[in-house]
Design a protein around this ligand. Structure first.
Ligand SMILES: *Cc1c(COP(=O)(O)O)cnc(C)c1O
Length: 402
């Protein structure tokens, strides 16, 4: 049944920008200047020569670029290896810190695994976790946070934008609740940075996690925002030379840091225009598959970042659909694959989807380099493939193996 067009040598259209983004060429150029002998290769911690001073200058310039996008003080930015490490440092750091006001923390069932597993680990150490359930739209209500607060609550950790659904939480409302209670709030903003405006001067969040490779920067770099004068006494999770004011030891990777800084500078330039462009692309994609019936939208579109759409194709096995599309469209199922079994996504289950629909769900995420032509092509292939799978496996969705 292979069509001739399937054999054309072309790369699949990349609609998995929520998983990672390509490095912007501008970013790559800036990074390349910080690697070789004729570049800024020095150790930023070397205080005794020009090589070190130059590297330190680049690192501090990048810190300013990140801080400018967030409207915060550069001294509030701690470099890490990515949002996973930032989440670990924030959550374990507060709960294990000397000034934790208790051993209770509040989070939700649809957080990134870096948050969920950090909380689970703390549970094993004797901490108590309240796992909030979001509403069907994918958001956690500020009221739910207020009701879960206790005198011994040491931290609330909730994400800004969900990576599978694209849906955002009302962080302003949640921050108002935590601030009133005097409880620090950590926000995983890996999917929000450079995608939607963030103003840390206006929103009283104490800790925020970021990743370079979700914003057209390199993999292996991230940052944790740590509010100054907030009485936080984070317990470091990496011990050593005392870099980053003792919060994160390890030689600073100048090229990675410069890449993340440049990525932030690039993003701040055209944020509103890019949001509008991505919104148009998403609508174009939806219009392209509008003929299909029984397609459910997971999460509320009106409370979502513009680039992500998560769809449940009734009667279709998501893994079979991904495989059938894989030559033409690179997207992902919300399922976390283990070697032996395919578990339905904890996020989709968390918003109340049954296993059947969770297994039928696919995330498409557009990005800076996605074109209208690519979206049209992808929509056409999705339309054809879903129709074909439904026709061949009518009544037997789970046997939709190709
Ligand atoms: C990608 C992602 C992470 C992990 O970031 P890394 O830099 O890859 O460690 C954490 N949280 C969310 C919401 C993400 O999307």
């Amino acid at each position: 049944m292979t069509e001739v067009t399937d054999l054309k040598p072309h790369l699949p259209v990349y609609l998995d920008n929520a998983a990672t983004t390509p490095v912007d060429p501008d970013v790559a150029t800036a990074m390349a200047e910080c690697l070789t002998l004729d570049g800024v290769f020095g150790n930023p911690a070397s205080r005794s020569h020009l090589y070190g001073w130059d590297a330190e200058e680049r690192v501090e310039q990048a810190r300013v670029e990140v801080a400018e996008l967030l409207n915060c003080d550069p001294r509030e930015i701690v470099w890490t290896s990515g949002a996973t490490e930032s989440d670990n440092l924030a959550i374990k750091g507060v709960l294990l810190g000397a000034r934790a006001r208790g051993r209770h923390l509040i989070t939700s069932r649809i957080e990134h695994k870096a948050v969920i597993d950090s909380c689970r680990w703390l549970e094993k150490q004797g901490c108590e976790v309240t796992w909030l359930t979001p509403d069907a739209s994918g958001s956690v209500a500020a009221d739910a946070v207020a009701q879960a607060l206790r005198p011994d609550t040491a931290l609330v950790s909730l994400m800004a934008v969900n990576n599978e659904l694209g849906v955002f939480n009302d962080i302003e409302a949640i921050a108002a609740v935590t601030r009133a209670a005097g409880v620090p709030l950590h926000v995983d903003a890996a999917q929000a940075l450079a995608k939607v405006p963030i103003d840390l001067a206006a929103v009283p969040v104490e800790l925020m996690s970021f990743s370079g490779h979700k914003i057209y920067g390199p993999k292996g770099i991230g940052a944790l925002y740590v509010r100054r004068n907030a009485g936080l006494a984070l317990e470091p999770q990496m011990h050593g030379g005392g870099h980053e004011r003792g919060l994160r030891s390890g030689t600073l990777p100048t090229h990675q840091i410069v890449g993340m800084g440049r990525a932030c500078a690039l993003a701040s330039a055209g944020l509103e225009a890019e949001m509008a462009r991505l919104r148009d692309l998403r609508e174009r994609f939806m219009a392209g598959i509008a003929e299909l019936d029984d397609v459910g939208l997971n999460g509320a579109a009106e409370r979502s970042v513009p680039g992500i759409v998560n769809l449940a194709f009734g009667g279709v096995d998501g893994e079979a659909l991904l495989l059938a599309l894989s030559a033409d469209v690179a997207c992902s199922s919300a399922s976390a694959c283990t070697t032996a079994t395919v578990e339905p996504s904890h996020v989709l289950r968390g918003i109340g989807l049954g296993d059947e629909l969770a297994h039928a769900s696919i995330r498409f995420s557009m990005g800076r380099f996605t074109t209208a032509e690519e979206v049209d092509f992808a929509a056409r292939r999705v339309l054809e493939t879903v129709s074909r799978l439904r026709a061949s496996f009518a009544g037997n969705p789970r046997r939709g193996v190709v």
